[in-house]
Design a protein around this ligand. Sequence first.
Ligand code: KIV
Ligand code: ZN
Length: 520
Amino acid sequence: MDQDPVKSPLIIFDTTLRDGEQSPGASMTSDEKVRIAKALERLRVDVIEAGFPIASHDDFAAVKAVAEVVRNSTVCALARALERDIDRAAEAVRPAQASRIHTFIATSPIHMREKLRMQPDDVLQQAVKAVRHARQLCDDVEFSPEDAGRSDPDFLCRIIEAVIGAGARTINIPDTVGYNFPHQFGALVRALMERVPNADQAVFSVHCHNDLGLAVANSLSAVLNGARQVECTINGLGERAGNAALEEVVMAVRTRHDLFECDTRVDTTQIVPTSRLVSTITGFAVQPNKAIVGANAFAHESGIHQDGVIKRRETYEIMRAEDVGWTANRMVLGKHSGRNAFRVRAAELGIEFRSDAEFNAVFGRFKDLADKKHDIFDEDIQALIGEGATRQVEEVFTLLSLKVSSETGRRPRAEITLSQSGTTQTAVAEGSGPVDAAFKAIEAIVTSGIQLQLYSVNSITSGTDSQGEVTVRLEKGGRIVNGHGADTDIVVASVKAYLNALNKIITPVDRAHPQASKAV
Ligand code: KIV
Ligand code: ZN
């Protein structure tokens, strides 16, 4: 399904790596961001917002790493309307083939009064100054009046006209708190495009949050009213209830092409693989009934539906599963597959190894897995690579051995031996199940005082020999982290995930949130 050549382009701006990463516990390493960025490039998104470089050294490095590898999408960095943020953003995206700086400042009365403590005229001046400065460093500058959905339209018109005059090429209208309704939001975008005298010199964009479940509806309503860029994320990841889901926006525009005068250049067959990659890396599972990418999105259970679909698919299906990248699990490799076959299949999945040592480590894990599991699928390979990424976290605690006993009529018991920076410690604990016993044994050693907020297990492929992929979310002192682990033994996968989260949470971070602080 290619872009319709007679329609105007609808720019897809993906912010999975920036707004998506602002979901509690979704933080990603630089390598993980690069893997997702490459998948987004294969998906043919137009713009990848790679992060907020001023937040920390790691954030800066991650945006730069993305800018160094991505060649066919514009790489964008977020900056508050401050010179130091903009300088850092410009430096991070400099290696990109095509780069953009996205600068923002809040414009709603409540944000200006309570957060910024600034007068509207001062906000306008600061926005203009920021855009001018950004244009000296980068040709492609986007401006967002944060919380536009609750801002005064007259003030929006003034500030938008001024920033376009200062050189902004894209004007993004965020519904930051997901407060708007589709008819109202579409009308706002239309009114701004009609009332701002120099509106024709910029592309109008929207960025909708999903607090009332309306992010996609609001985005589509804006497109029907003239917006030509949508900011969205894979699987709808994002701050609080998330952003508009990319897959839903793209497939709505494609499927109902009768309603839209524009089309995207997205390769829709990459949607499901990208969704799976994002879910594996962030540990945010996709609900089975999620549109487009949920496991049940194309499954028919009732006999009547199945009969209809067999006779003629269109009776109950408005899209084809294969058009969005659903293919049956393919058995790609097995015990006898050699180094070359593994390298080729990994390359087909977009995985590149930076050194022989890295390749050898992953290939070693592949061989171990192939000893336990007959058929190795693409998803298994992704999980093996993911395990490499979890190993990049500084390992204060490592698993040396685990013994678990579970018998009907008896309380499960776990004996665990960990190495803590070279010192070996063993503990035994009982629990309501083997995973509970193993976690209690870990805590008997580390006494971390952390709270377990979430424990989830997914099987990576079908079959009882499948690897279980476990996500553990831990909280301590308001900080939330996710840990991941995969193994054919679910208790081992759970322990790996717990230790991964533990090692992250005990490593201090110093990181700024883009929307939290005063912009002066
Ligand atoms: O939701 C929002 O307003 C944002 C801005 C930074 C664009 O994420
Ligand atoms: Zn946002």
